[in-house]
Ligand binder design. Structure first.
Ligand SMILES: [Zn+2]
Length: 182
């Protein structure tokens, strides 16, 4: 029995990402620059939250992940604005016939404190995703007991819903009942 397919009404996606703190680069989280003495190194601008959201969106429609679409080995993406990746994932979600219902995220990092910036991050993420702020969850945790004070980690879950005007797959016609012959 087929239990999933293009016609499914809702899809869930999960994304995870982590980056190491490095001195001398700006800290970007959720598309905004936060005041801190270190930034996140690695792929593109190191925006750990946008990367995890991008992967959650791509995962929800079973598309190739961020590393496959934008390989870190390609110099083209060195220092790139991660909004580019998010926009590509949103386009793919749209083309697959879905819109984003809501997104929830957890950031795990020792510093800086996210609380004072949480509203600004949620507002920016909502704006980038075409959502209301109430549809963007953000929790911040410290990595207690993990010995990961020099890293930032993001976990994200997204829910997609099929767009009302999206073309549906033709329904499978039930086989006509056989007439009983007398
Ligand atoms: Zn990343």
């Amino acid at each position: 029995m087929r239990i999933c397919g293009p016609g499914i009404r809702m899809r869930i996606g999960h994304g995870f990402d982590s980056h190491e703190f490095r001195p001398g680069i700006p800290l970007k989280i959720g598309g905004i620059v936060l005041p801190h003495d270190k930034g996140l190194g690695g792929h593109s601008d190191g925006d750990v939250l946008l990367h995890a959201i991008t992967d959650a969106l791509l995962g929800a429609i079973a598309a190739p992940d961020i590393g496959a679409l934008f390989p870190p080995s390609d110099p083209k993406w060195k220092g790139a604005d991660s909004v580019i990746f998010l926009r590509e994932a949103l386009k793919r979600v749209h083309d697959a016939g879905y819109s984003v219902a809501n997104v929830d995220s957890s950031l795990i990092l020792a510093a800086p404190k996210i609380g004072p910036h949480a509203t600004a991050i949620r507002t920016r993420v909502a704006e980038l995703m075409g959502l209301h702020c109430d549809c963007v969850g953000l929790k911040a945790k410290t990595p207690e007991g993990l010995n990961l004070d020099n890293a930032a980690i993001a976990h994200v879950a997204v829910l997609l819903q099929r767009r009302r005007n999206s073309p549906r797959r033709p329904r499978h016609k039930p086989a006509a009942k056989k007439k009983f012959r007398k």
